[in-house]
Design a protein around this ligand. Structure first.
Ligand code: SF4
Length: 345
């Protein structure tokens, strides 16, 4: 492991200046196989609870994001753009330059204890995945969940990370005292597609095991079926296979969200498309000619198909079992157009 306290002129100093001003930042490059090529920028953040700009469009107003950048490395990730704000590369840099707010648990506990805090819902996993692989090393979420539990503060988590199960006991404890919503993101079950388009994320089947385990423990878990990737995962058989697997895992809901390609993600995705599926580049240019979103007719078609399949496979809030006090805001029904803060995590 290589580490340095940054000073002006070092290789990452521009990015660190962009993010943290003059405050000390420790940068570590870890040479274990799991993190080969990954650099962690450890910072002591000034705040951890963020208000969502334009929250009226969102199902949540407050978020906590202990990381920036994500080693799950999904090619389509909309959060890539936010790495540019830090003067970091939005392509490979987003996958390998990870900002870690090492004081996130203590900051959150302090905020929740403030007399100004009204106990509003806090959403996690809305920008990048809070259970990405870095969490295995830094273990920030147990402290965050413990703070939320101790203050009986409602919260939701959206993730692709199987590491969530490490904190199952904390989730159960929190669900005894407040509303806890957990959603897992599984856009498709095609393993070949997963290996190239979500190369750092756990396999779809492993994510569905998370859903299954939560259900077995009486915790509701929805699935955000995101993204549905035009021409690659939107065939009727593919949609059916995914919804069937989601239902078999015991998900309480399935919410489809068609791929959107905002600046930052669009360039990276288009380059990936040209490399792996060059025959689709022109079709994508036409489908996304109007901007970041596929046309409404296409989004509506996918939503209708998935909802019909969900009905057929019996996914809904009235499934058997006696879940505990969970299930409040997971990800919202996707808007048919306009910006969204959902990360497809
Ligand atoms: S979509 Fe989610 S899991 Fe994938 S890279 Fe982005 S933040 Fe990470």
């Amino acid at each position: 492991m290589r580490w340095e306290n940054l000073a002006a002129g070092s290789e990452h100093s521009r990015a660190d200046a962009a993010l943290f001003g003059a405050e000390a930042v420790t940068t570590r490059t870890i040479d274990t196989p799991e993190f080969r090529g990954v650099t962690f920028h450890e910072i002591r953040a000034r705040s951890i609870v963020n208000r969502v700009p334009g929250a009226s469009r969102m199902p949540f107003e407050w978020t906590v994001n202990p990381y920036r950048g994500c080693t799950h490395a999904c090619v389509y990730c909309f959060a890539r753009k936010t790495h540019g704000y830090l003067d970091l590369d939005t392509g490979l840099g987003f996958d390998s330059q990870i900002v870690v707010k090492v004081n996130a648990p203590e900051l959150l506990r302090h905020r929740l204890a403030s007399r100004h805090w009204q106990g509003e819902h806090i959403a996690m996993g809305t920008n990048v995945d809070c259970y990405q692989r870095a969490e295995g090393r830094y273990r920030l979420m147990p402290g965050i969940l413990a703070a939320l539990r101790d203050h009986a503060n409602p919260f939701s988590i959206l993730t692709k990370g199987t590491l969530l199960l490490r904190d199952l006991e904390l989730l159960e404890q929190a669900a005894e005292v407040t509303d806890v919503g957990v959603s897992v993101s599984v856009g498709f079950t095609d393993e070949r597609l997963w290996r190239t388009v979500e190369p750092g994320a756990p396999a779809p089947e492993r994510r569905l095991e998370v859903v299954r385990t939560l259900a077995e423990h009486g915790l509701d878990c929805g699935v955000l079926m995101a993204p549905v990737i035009p021409f690659l995962s939107d065939g009727p058989d593919q949609l059916r296979a995914t919804v069937r697997a989601v239902a078999a895992a015991g998900a309480t809901s399935v919410t489809p969200l068609v791929l959107h390609l905002r600046p930052g993600a669009r360039e990276w995705f288009t380059s990936w498309l040209g490399q792996h599926h060059p025959y689709l580049v022109d079709r994508y240019e036409r489908l996304y000619a109007e901007g970041a979103y596929a046309p409404k007719w296409y989004q509506r078609r996918i939503t209708r198909q998935v909802h019909e399949l969900a009905r057929e496979y019996g996914i809904g809030p009235a499934r058997g079992g006696t879940p505990r006090r969970t299930g409040t805001p997971g990800p919202a029904e996707a808007p048919l157009s306009g910006p969204t803060q959902l990360s497809l995590t």
